[in-house]
Design a protein around this ligand. Sequence first.
Ligand code: GAL
Length: 518
Amino acid sequence: MMSTTASGAVYAYGACDPARDDFRPGTFPDGFIWSTATASYQIEGGWNTDGKGQSIWDVFSHTPGKVQRGDTGDVACDSYNKYREDVQLMKAMGLKHYRFSLSWPRIFPDGTLAGGVNQDGVDYYNKLINELITNGIAPIVTLYHWDLPQALHEKYGGWMDEAIVDDYHNYATFAFQTFGDRVKFWLTFNEPMVFCTHGYMTGEHAPGIQDGTMVSSLRCGHTVLKAHAKAWHTYNTTFRHLQGGKVGITLNLSWKEPRDPDLPTDVEARDRALQIFNDWFAQPIFGDGGFPPVVEESLRQLRSVMKLEGLEFSDEEKSSIRGSADFFGLNHYTTRLVANKPIDIKTQTVLESFEETPAPEWPRAQSDWLFAVQWGLRRLLTYIKEKFGDPEVYITENGWSGGDVQPPVLEDTSRMCYYMTYIDEVLKAIEEDGVKVRGYTAWSLLDNFEWAKGYTERFGLHYVDFTDPHRPRTPKQSAKFYSDIIANNGFPEEAAITNMVKDIWMKCLAPKAVKDEL
Ligand code: GAL
């Protein structure tokens, strides 16, 4: 679908440019899911408590120079001890869903079933799940949010070796068996693109492998797709009829625009960027079972230049991966402009064939990669609908970071602006474009350990004082704001929340107002 804007620029996917920045009041469909999210390593702490094994993030954060200020997840938000309080925070917000992840090495300390189950770890998750359910909150569980058992990394290189498919499968099966009577919503993996590139190409995340050839990250991606499909098939054949839940995967997709939409080379460069970053994992699962053409081409080149073996899917593997998700889990944060960059294909990879930049007017969060471009979400949702067979979409993360400043920013207008403008784009995508978005998740319930940035970037709806051993939580204004959206199921005409949004809408879209707070 192409549309022409008032200025004559042509955009693929997503019409409506003249009204792009307008507020659209309205409510979400009945049964729409509102949630918040966290991840085990980012909030739990208890890194060596009660029999837990080490994860690659324990080792990475304990390695000098890897995480800003030397921050670690040793205590984090101490949710290992404070989970009851977390549940009360959610209850106070009127949340009926909560997305969190299981720490694999808390359950299988050396990563394997044969190595034994850590009953204390299982008890912890049972207590958390039961506490949630008692308080009317349904758990959404991610099996893998980056904290790989260190033992599996040492044994065979983690995701670099297909031996992990069986170990992951044992872990996933154990989780379905143990928690699936109460957990009806599973995510096999969080953002494979991020952990395969940051962990196995740039090395900025655990386990810190640097390999600019892309071979290691492609290997990781290959293994993850197989592991995902195997877990989904097991749920589908063995557990679904007993437990009646859903299993999907969470992919991180950003939106991309050609920097100059009138320049065919920029449009092509944008398409390459979308194929690599958005379709690498989406196409095998939600498309035809194979990698997108640009990724296939890179693999062909790597095979000829490096005599690379494997990394191909057989027809049987492709058909097992194709369709192996009950819904599309989407983490979305931001948008980029993409321009073409000529390369020498003998020495450079496709990743160097384009350049990504923000537009100068886009407001930036504390995170240097995060720019508020709310309309990008609507275009992306239309892209997913059109390219991947109109799946049910659950937005499993979306959020905005502030800095670690004193006094803390509790009147977090920029976060409220981000949430209201992005949530309104979801409403437009549902009502005007017919995208089947079924749920929305704010990242994050709490300020937490932001990977290599440590505690310097705060994404929480609640402020956490990391200097206090008790890790007290304080709601920010955005927590109240989000809970009002939930209570109203959106922005009904004449509701107080809607009037408030109308009042601040234009201020939110003026970049300066948002920047001032940071
Ligand atoms: C996602 C990730 C989260 C969180 C968030 C903000 O990529 O899944 O764990 O860190 O980004 O950067």
